[in-house]
Design a protein around this ligand. Sequence first.
Ligand code: CA
Length: 260
Amino acid sequence: MFLDARRRRGGASSGPRSLISAVESVTESMSPSATILVVEDEEAISTLICRSLQRLGYRCSAVATAGAADTSIAIEQPDLILLDWMLPGRSGFEFARQLKLSSATRAIPLIMITARADEADKIRGLDAGADDYITKPFSVAELASRVNAVLRRAAQRAPSDLIEIEALHIDAAAHRVEAAGVPLSLSPTEYKLLLYLAAHPERVHSRSTLLDKVWGYDAYVDERTVDVHIRRLRRALTPSGCDRLIQTVRGAGYRLSTRD
Ligand code: CA
């Protein structure tokens, strides 16, 4: 109500009104279903960030260490990571480098949160692969606009035609798959299934999701069809050892993962 009344009146750009309009413009243009992982050991800050992001419509989860972030990412890959620089144990800097070294997590956009105003640290962070940084203390409006900008840039980034996950190489433009250097001949459905899993690695996909994404909403196929094609796919990948990448998650579905 309050926001609507302000918007209708429009105009002035000072004080709280400019903050409200900044938040409004972010709310209007963001992707509402984006999942954000906050890695921050200071609970008060972590809670504040999550509440602010949730209010803007993002899904948000928070962990306090790099180790806990590893676990969280293995269960579900976030669309964006907000990473505190000063963490107990593995530092934010080390964790950022680790994420950028792995093909499974390299593409996840990363915003560093740093208390240091030192320019050298920010440059070090950006060199480590961070897409942007926020210096504490920051306003909710600044947080929202940076998150939104990084997510928008990530969405505009052309999807890569080449997917390389360990010994598995998929050239989506040419419809070619190689496992350990050997070309595979897959049926069109097996190919689409593998491409979908490889393009969304490290997260679990239910059978019904796979049916929707690979076979299409209109297809009248049984969920067991997915199991049959997964089995064929694994068989094709067995000689290269890449079959271990296609994992069954009991009671949930399937995922493509480099972790055992
Ligand atoms: Ca900290």
